[in-house]
Design a protein around this ligand. Structure first.
Ligand code: SAH
Length: 518
C-alpha cells in the first residue's frame, strides 16, 4: 500500500452535518482515493462506504469531551506518521473542519512536520441545523448578521473570550455550538446583556439525520424546555427573530415518513433502491438482509442452454437477481447480449425490464400484472404449444410459471443462475425489535418473509408484536399471513415505488410518531 517513493499527503475534509449526502463532491472523490482514513464521531459512518476496501480506518472518537478514543496529540501524531510513510491520508471531520473542529491545530502540526496537505470545507452543522429546522439563518426582514459561537466556554469564566454584551445586542442571529450543557447560563447571560427575553430560539439535535429533533421557545424558557424534553448533545442553539419563520417553513420534519423506522429485509444488493425511496420520504431505514445471493451449485443447465440458444423461442426473466447472475455468467463464457439473438425476451415487471435495458435489451413482453401468474397469462396469449422456453432463475422458486406454460404445451428448461442463502447472524435486528426500535418491516418476496421469521427464531411472534408489516404483493402477503403475521400494507401494483407510496399513504392516515428521542 505504502511505498517509500511516494509522498504522503493529508486531506482534511469536512464530512458535512450528518446526512451522508451532504459531503462535497470533492470530499467524496478524495475519500475514494484514501489509503488511511481517520474519522470522528460526528462524521457519518456511512461515508466510509466511499473508502476503498483495503484502506485503513481509524476511529478517532471524541464525544462531548468524555470518551476520547484518541487524544488530540495522538491524532496529530498519527496524521504525521502515516503521511510521512507515504500514505494518502484523509482526516474526516464533522461539519466544516475549520469551524470548532480543531482543524487549524491539526494543520499547524502538519506544517511543522513538513507534511503536504489540502483542506476541503464542509457544510457546517449550524447552517444545516437551521435549514433542516425550517429557519433561514438570515432573512432581509429580520436580520443581516450571524455569529457562530462556542457554548463550550463557561460564561462564568472571568477571562471569557466572548464579548457577551456586544454579542447579545450587536448580532442578529446567534448560533451556539456545544451549547447544551451551558444553556441556562448562556440564556441568562444574553438576557442580562440586553437581548429581548422573548427572542425565539430553536434547538436542533442530530440535524439533517432521520433522528433529528427540534424544539423552539422564547429565550427565557428554552433551557427549561430543552431539559424537559431531554435534548442532549449534539445539538445547536439558534437564537434570533428568524426562528419565527420556522412555523411557516419547517419542511424536513414534515416529510411523510419522518420519525418512522423501517426495516428493509431484501438482499444488500437490492436494498438500496428501496432504502433510497423510503429515505426520500423521511424514514430512517435499517438494513437487515435476510438473503444473500450466491452462484448456483452448477452452471451446467445454463451453459448447455447457451450452447443452443437459438433453439429457444423465449427467455423469461422474473427477477433482477436472475438478470445480474445470468449476465455475469455470460461474461465468464466470453459472451455478451449479442449471444442472445434469436429468442424473444420477457420481463416480469418494469424493474426487470429496466435492468435488461441496462444490458442493451428491450423486453419483447411485459405482462399487465407483475407476477409469475401475470407473466404466464401474457405468454399463454402469445401461444405456448410446442414453444421452447428458457427460464434462468433461483435454484428454488415457485413452480407456477413453468407448470402453467408446460400445461399449455411448452417445454420449459429451468436454469438455476443463483441460490438464496440465509445470512448467519441477525442479532442487530433482533436487538432493535426487542427495544421497540422498528416501526415497520418490509418484505419484497416470500423468501424474505420465511428467512426473517426463521432468523428471529422461536420468539418471532412476540418480537413482531405491534410492528407493522408491508408486503410487495399478494404472494408475499400470503406467505406472511401463513407464518402468523398481520399485513398492514400491500400496494395495488407490485413494484418498489408503488410499495413506498402505499407505505406513505398508510402513515398519512395515522398520527405522527410519538417522541422517542434517543
Ligand atoms: N466542525 C463541526 C462542529 C464541531 S463542534 C461543524 O462544522 O459542524 C461539535 C458541535 O457541533 C456539537 O456539540 C453540536 O453543537 C454541533 N453539531 C455537529 N453536528 C451536529 C448535528 N448533526 N446536529 C446538531 N448539532 C451538531
Amino acid at each position: 500500500m505504502k511505498n517509500s517513493n511516494k509522498r504522503g499527503k493529508v486531506y482534511l475534509i469536512g464530512a458535512g452535518p450528518g446526512d451522508p449526502d451532504l459531503i462535497t463532491v470533492k470530499g467524496k472523490k478524495l475519500l475514494s482515493r484514501a489509503e488511511v482514513v481517520i474519522y470522528d464521531y460526528l462524521a457519518s459512518p456511512e461515508l466510509l462506504r466511499h473508502v476503498p476496501e483495503g484502506a485503513k480506518r481509524i476511529y478517532a472518537g471524541k464525544r462531548g469531551g468524555v470518551k476520547h478514543t484518541h487524544t488530540q496529540e495522538e491524532i496529530n501524531r498519527m496524521l504525521v506518521e502515516h503521511a510521512l510513510a507515504g500514505a494518502t491520508v484523509v482526516r474526516l471531520k464533522g461539519g466544516d473542519p475549520f469551524i470548532f473542529g480543531r482543524g487549524g491545530e491539526e494543520i499547524e502540526e502538519l506544517v511543522d512536520a513538513g507534511v503536504e496537505f489540502e483542506v476541503v470545507p464542509g457544510v457546517t452543522s449550524a447552517t444545516a441545523a437551521a435549514t433542516y429546522a425550517g429557519v433561514p439563518i438570515t432573512h432581509r426582514a429580520y436580520t443581516s448578521s450571524v455569529a457562530f459561537v462556542t457554548g463550550h466556554e463557561s460564561p462564568e469564566r472571568s477571562e471569557s473570550r466572548i464579548a457577551w454584551d456586544k454579542l447579545a445586542t450587536g448580532v442578529g442571529t446567534l448560533v451556539f455550538y456545544m451549547g447544551i450543557k451551558n444553556l441556562e447560563r448562556i440564556c441568562e447571560k444574553l438576557i442580562r446583556a440586553g437581548r429581548d427575553p422573548e427572542t425565539p430560539v430553536a434547538v436542533v439535535r442530530w440535524a439533517s439525520t432521520p433522528k433529528q429533533k427540534s424544539v423552539a421557545a422564547p429565550l427565557k424558557d428554552i433551557a427549561a424546555v430543552v431539559r424537559k424534553q431531554n435534548i442532549r448533545p449534539p445539538a445547536l442553539v439558534v437564537v434570533g427573530e428568524v426562528v419565527r419563520l420556522r412555523d411557516k417553513i419547517n419542511w424536513y420534519e414534515k416529510r411523510p415518513l419522518f420519525g418512522r423506522r423501517i426495516l428493509v429485509t431484501r438482499t444488500r444488493e437490492q436494498a438500496s433502491s428501496l432504502v433510497e425511496l423510503l429515505r426520500d420520504q423521511g424514514a430512517e431505514c435499517l438494513e437487515g438482509a435476510t438473503i444473500s445471493l450466491v452462484a448456483p451449485e452448477s452452471w451446467d443447465a445454463l451453459d448447455a442452454a447457451m450452447d443452443n440458444i437459438s433453439s429457444y423461442d423465449w427467455i423469461l426473466f422474473t427477477s433482477i437477481n436472475a438478470i445480474t447472475f445470468f449476465f455475469r455468467r455470460l461474461g465468464e463464457l466470453g459472451l455478451d447480449s449479442r449471444g442472445l439473438a434469436g429468442p424473444r425476451i420477457a420481463a416480469v415487471g418494469p424493474a426487470t425490464a429496466e435492468k435488461l435495458a441496462d444490458h442493451g435489451i428491450k423486453a419483447d413482453l411485459l405482462p399487465e400484472q407483475y407476477t409469475g401468474e401475470g407473466l404466464a397469462d401474457a405468454l399463454l396469449r402469445e401461444g405456448m404449444a410446442g414453444r421452447k422456453v428458457l427460464l434462468p432463475r433461483a435454484a428454488k422458486a415457485r413452480e407456477v410459471l413453468p407448470e402453467t406454460l408446460e400445461e399449455a404445451g411448452a417445454r420449459v428448461d429451468i436454469a438455476p443462475v443463483y441460490r438464496n442463502v440465509r445470512p448467519d447472524s441477525y442479532a442487530g435486528v433482533t436487538a432493535a425489535l426487542e427495544e421497540g426500535g422498528i416501526d415497520m418491516v418490509t418484505f419484497t418476496s416470500s423468501s424474505t418473509v420465511r428467512n426473517f421469521m426463521e432468523m428471529l427464531g422461536a420468539d418471532a411472534a412476540g418480537l413482531m408484536e405491534g410492528v407493522k408489516v408491508a408486503c410487495i404483493g399478494p404472494v408475499t402477503s400470503r406467505t406472511a399471513r401463513d407464518l402468523g403475521l398481520k399485513v398492514d400494507v400491500e400496494p395495488e401494483e407490485y413494484t418498489i415505488p408503488a410499495m413506498v407510496r402505499a407505505i406513505v399513504d398508510f402513515y398519512s392516515r395515522r398520527q405522527k410518531p410519538e417522541d422517542r428521542s434517543r
